[in-house]
Design a protein around this ligand. Structure first.
Ligand SMILES: [Mg+2]
Length: 357
């Protein structure tokens, strides 16, 4: 049986509006609307939680938002600022996930099935991601944790703002059964109405319909509805890019001078990094050695090659890289090894790479 997946959906809270409130302290605690001015034909791109209390929501016309809340502050969007935060949070995602699929600037699916941090606890990984986002951006995110994309996405919405909601494998079916059909991601208002006419108000109702009946009524989507009513969603988390590098480092309990010992440690790191690389079907063409001396001075040395590095090749470069930093002359407190110049490899290459580990 395939390994049970661990999927996290991360979604920033009231994203554009929160960035504005962060950067302009006088906006904090006030109804704030990012989008068109009230007297324009524009719409609300995003609004703060304070504005939502007045019934304002995104995609509403700015003029209507103004009628609902004349004291609201209207500001135009600053996409460069949002993009900068977006890049920051994606960097954080890549530290923890082997696949990252952004849905928008402030939302992404993460596959953490093979993440070893926190003993592989997806909940603790989600907590760490939220904490790091807050530290680096001063913004709150909500996270949903589950075993597929459909449930993770719904979960991230359950506990907003600053939420963390987990749907465990044994809870999935009951969770879906109790969920109103309009809350299902992928079921819009029109479909919701059609389902209500068919007497389908919850996931439980949906599950009672046969596949044939659903396909007859909803065409291709019928298959999807049939699956999600059973909390089944096999869609993989698809990365739109591959990560730039993958590495591991270790700090010694006592500073090390011995070249033989350093080589041994680096060989271990090489095996760990290459195993991770294989799991993601990636190969590398650059190997970088990093050392931190006892005096905290840090140096790196890199070597690039023409063909993808296997374990044998990496191990054969380690002594040379150590020579280039004149290992053995100064005590070292930390060594790290990272692989970059990453590209996707096919199944055969992946098996070959793994056999050598
Ligand atoms: Mg959001």
């Amino acid at each position: 049986m395939a390994k049970q997946r661990k999927i996290i959906h991360v979604d920033m809270d009231a994203f554009f509006a929160s960035v504005e409130q962060r950067d302009q302290p006088e906006y904090q605690g006030k109804p704030l609307i990012v989008g068109g001015q009230p007297n324009s034909r524009g719409v609300v791109a995003a609004c703060s939680y304070e504005a939502r209390k007045f019934g304002i929501h995104s995609a509403m016309s700015s003029s209507r938002a103004y009628r609902l809340c004349p004291q609201a502050i209207f500001v135009p969007p600053r996409f460069e600022a949002y993009r900068e935060v977006s890049n920051q949070i994606r960097e954080i995602f890549w530290q923890y996930a082997t696949q990252v699929e952004p849905l928008s600037l402030d939302e992404a699916y993460l596959d953490v099935t093979y993440t070893a941090d926190f003993d592989g606890s997806a909940t603790r990984i989600a907590q760490a991601i939220k904490a790091e986002i807050l530290t680096k951006t001063q913004l709150n995110a909500s996270a949903g944790v589950s075993y597929n994309k459909f449930l993770a996405k719904i979960a991230s919405d359950m506990d907003k703002p600053n939420g963390l909601y987990v749907i465990k494998p044994e809870q999935g079916l009951a969770f879906v059964a109790n969920l109103p059909i309009g809350k299902f991601h992928g079921i819009g208002p029109a479909t919701e109405k059609k389902m209500h006419q068919l007497g389908i108000r919850t996931g439980g109702d949906l599950r009672e319909k046969s596949l044939l009946a659903l396909v007859e009524k909803f065409g291709q989507s019928g298959q999807y509805y049939y699956s999600i009513a059973r909390a089944i969603d096999e869609r993989p988390v698809r990365s739109t890019r591959v990560r730039k590098s993958l590495g591991k480092e270790t700090t010694f309990a006592e500073d090390i001078l011995s070249v033989a010992l350093l080589t041994e440690k680096l060989n271990e790191l090489a095996e760990q990094v290459l195993t991770k690389l294989s799991q993601q079907a990636l190969q590398a063409k650059t190997i970088t050695l990093k050392v931190k001396y006892a005096n905290f001075q840090q140096v790196t040395r890199a070597q690039s090659v023409e063909v993808g590095l296997d374990l044998h090749a990496i191990k054969s470069w380690i002594p040379q890289l150590l020579q280039r930093i004149k290992a053995g002359e100064q005590p070292i407190r930390l060594v790290g090894l990272s692989l970059s110049g990453l590209e996707k490899i096919g199944f055969e290459g992946r098996m070959g790479q793994l056999l050598l580990v």
